[in-house]
Design a protein around this ligand. Structure first.
Ligand SMILES: Cc1cc2nc3c(=O)[nH]c(=O)nc-3n(C[C@H](O)[C@H](O)[C@H](O)COP(=O)(O)OP(=O)(O)OC[C@H]3O[C@@H](n4cnc5c(N)ncnc54)[C@H](O)[C@@H]3O)c2cc1C
Length: 501
């Protein structure tokens, strides 16, 4: 088996790289939760040395009025913290989580399963799909009425409407609603955003559901260990080896042609690039069924995410919780977006001007728990920022966007600009250039109802096979979608093994 990767480093959007002399950090993805325990086990990642540190609490939300919210991970702490803003919301929390967990548990059962493939003579395509559809109905039927209502609402409602129906405190709704705008270029009041929220709640860290953590060595450590295991099992991995074309003979994919002219022939080709990149750049339209080619042209991509890595001489000193010595809030996900209204405004601004005047920023400071990333005493931070219009002119706007993001952090941490030693930034355009993420889409295609589950990437192609025999989808453009999960690869591998048997 051979893996060919365009970049000089293995790992795709889960890599750790030096961005300033002496300072390393995860380049794109920056925090782990969705990586499936089965994938960790199968690829022996723990035995090979993977260590994931969970956050002391999930999120820290500094507020413009000098207050703050520490939230998630620890139920008692969350209740006490939320009670500062609303006693009623604090009481509601456990019911909310019971409802969310019920949905997350249902979704988890489908992460490593192919969804029913639609479009056959009896709605589904084959007996496996019929079984999957029956299993789906059975799962749905076993939910209590409130669970069924929640499931329907999560696919059809906005996160904002969902949260407004349950809670009253703006900071709490912000910290929960953040998950709905991650990689989702939309208002938290956009229909369907409730699913994106749920998508970020189906993971775990070290067996603890719903948590997020930091892999020691950065996200690249995960893929480095996957590569080690693959090599040990005889896989050859070629780096700096871009594919120019997928080779097709008589309607079947028979290998790839590299840009250096080398032809690699294979019984099966598995592509983890964005489906749009695969079918529009690596294949000629003439080899595709016309309706498929048109449909892939309409496949929607574009996350509106902007990513910066910064090197800092000292830790951010929060006006609301002062100190530059490590404290638990420095090791959590720090969210600069105090309300859903702020997030909605960020999207509206981006629609008008390319990016928000006050962007949504999450900051993680992995060097607080990982000494492999920065020189002693100094730090690295990941800034993951949302609502940057995918199709704006990023070569012209990038520097101004960086300064707008820094202004947001500076507003809460007065020492931030003084502590800045350097940075590297990736606009949506840079994410496309560097990683092949079309429209900068961090999930290889929007996680909207029409592009999920049996419809991912397209109606009739949810079984990890495209329209060409021998060509498989093994990346985030296939079910269950984006995130460092390992799941599409697992599911595609099962399909390939079955087909080649
Ligand atoms: C900025 C950002 C932040 C994110 N944050 C998180 C996070 O914190 N947690 C999380 O779980 N997920 C996060 N994600 C999402 C997650 O990283 C992706 O969903 C995941 O990496 C997708 O994996 P993949 O294997 O499908 O594709 P990718 O990781 O995108 O890998 C595709 C690979 O194909 C290569 N390639 C492209 N063209 C060619 C070619 N012609 N020839 C050969 N190779 C080619 C690319 O170089 C790349 O290595 C983030 C993504 C981004 C971009």
């Amino acid at each position: 088996m051979r893996v060919v990767e365009r970049r000089a480093v293995v790992g795709g959007a889960a890599v750790t790289e030096e961005f300033l002399p002496g300072f390393r950090n995860s380049t794109a993805s920056y925090t782990v939760s969705l990586l499936h325990p089965r994938v960790i086990r199968d690829l022996r990642l723990t035995e090979r040395g993977l260590r994931i540190v969970q956050r002391p609490f999930s999120n820290f939300l500094p507020l413009p009025d000098g207050r703050f919210l520490k939230f998630g991970g620890d139920a008692a702490l969350s209740r006490t913290e939320v009670a500062k803003f609303s006693a009623r919301d604090a009481r509601e929390l456990s019911t909310y989580y019971a409802r969310l967990d019920r949905l997350a548990n249902l979704l988890k059962r489908w992460v490593l399963a192919a969804p029913p493939n639609l479009g056959g003579p009896f709605v589904v395509q084959g007996w496996r799909d019929a079984l999957a559809a029956a299993r789906l109905l059975w799962h749905f039927g076993r939910l209590p009425p409130q669970g069924q209502r929640d499931l329907i609402e999560v696919f059809t409602k906005s996160a904002g409407d969902w949260l407004d129906a349950t809670f009253e405190a703006a900071p709490l709704k912000a910290v929960l609603g953040w998950d709905a705008v991650v990689g989702n270029y939309a208002s938290p009041y956009a229909t369907g955003s409730a699913y994106v929220l749920l998508h970020h709640c189906i993971g775990e860290v070290n067996g603890q559901p719903g948590l997020w953590g930091h892999p020691i060595g950065g996200m690249g450590r995960i893929t480095e260990l996957m590569a080690q295991e693959a090599r040990a099992r005889g896989v050859r991995i070629d780096l700096a080896a871009p594919v120019a074309k997928v080779l097709v003979e008589r309607g079947r994919a028979v290998g790839v042609l590299l840009e250096n002219g080398e032809e690699i022939r294979a019984r099966a080709v598995a592509a983890n690039v964005n489906p749009k990149l695969l079918y529009q750049r690596l294949l000629d339209r003439s080899v595709l069924p016309q309706r498929f080619a048109e449909a892939i042209g309409r496949y929607r991509c574009g996350s509106g995410s902007f990513r910066i890595n910064v090197a800092l001489s000292e830790l951010p000193d929060f006006a609301c919780l002062p100190g530059t010595q490590p404290q638990p809030h420095h090791a959590s996900g720090i969210l600069f977006a105090p309300s859903l209204a702020y997030m909605d405004r960020a999207w509206r601004d981006a629609e008008d001007d390319g990016f928000a005047h006050a962007p949504i920023v999450e900051m993680l400071i992995p060097s607080v728990v990982d000494e492999t990333l920065a020189p002693r005493g100094a730090h690295v931070a990941s800034l993951f920022c949302q609502q940057f219009k995918p199709e704006a002119d990023w070569d012209a706007l990038k520097e101004r966007a960086v300064q707008a993001i820094f202004d947001v952090v500076q507003q809460y941490c007065p020492n931030f600009r003084r502590a800045l030693l350097g940075w590297r930034a990736w606009s949506p355009r840079d994410l496309e250039r560097e990683f092949g993420l079309i429209g900068g889409d961090i999930f290889h295609g929007q996680l909207s109802l029409d592009q999920l589950f049996s419809l991912r990437p397209l109606f009739g192609y949810a079984n990890y096979r495209g329209p060409l025999a021998g060509l498989y989808h093994c990346g985030s453009g296939a079910h269950p979608g984006g995130g460092v999960t390992g799941a599409p690869g697992h599911n595609a591998a099962r399909q390939i093994v079955r087909d080649l048997a």
